[in-house]
Write a protein that binds this ligand. Structure first.
Ligand SMILES: [Zn+2]
Length: 163
């Protein structure tokens, strides 16, 4: 396993549509393992392959329970609405307010090509939407409606330290 460099929003690749995965081979497994290590190292909750310079439809999500690998994910159902803060490893240091569905269900393949479904509310739904947007070349700030101020971020961090 190796850490991969996380690209930031200036990179043209982050604004391109990623291609489907067709080979569920060793190269894909290496990418997934590297992405997992990179996500842990960055202390993030999700990572999409274009963020490490690979324009393939590959996403990993780890909201604290277990790491889920989604290959060729498609969002098949959403409902409700949540309004809250979001950040992105490719937009370091910024947090914006974004409205998202409160529930999302995705259909995806695992690393061996088997189809499965991932569904969830709250953070999982937010993550599914955020990461799938990356695969279509979209960054969350495009749909965010307000950037948090430095004071708000400061207050948030000190709050987290107390927890
Ligand atoms: Zn992101």
């Amino acid at each position: 396993m190796a850490l991969r460099k996380i690209l930031t929003v200036e990179e043209p690749g982050l604004h391109k549509v990623s291609r489907p995965v067709t080979k569920f081979d060793k190269k894909l497994h290496e990418l997934l393992d590297d992405m997992a290590q990179t996500l842990v190292d960055a202390n993030g909750v999700g990572l999409a392959a274009p963020q490490v310079g690979i324009l393939r439809r590959v996403v990993i999500i780890d909201t604290g329970e277990e790491l889920v690998e989604l290959i060729n994910p498609e969002i098949v159902e959403t409902s409700g609405e949540q309004d809250g803060m979001e950040g992105c490893l490719s937009v370091p240091g910024e947090y914006w307010l974004v409205k998202r569905p409160n529930y999302a269900k995705a259909r995806a393949q695992d690393r061996h090509g088997e189809w499965f479904e991932l569904e969830g509310e709250g953070l999982i739904a937010r993550c599914i939407c955020h990461e799938c947007d990356h695969l279509d070349g979209h960054i969350y700030t495009e749909i965010a409606y307000r950037k948090l101020t430095d004071e708000e971020i400061e207050a948030m961090h000190s709050g987290l330290e107390e927890a």
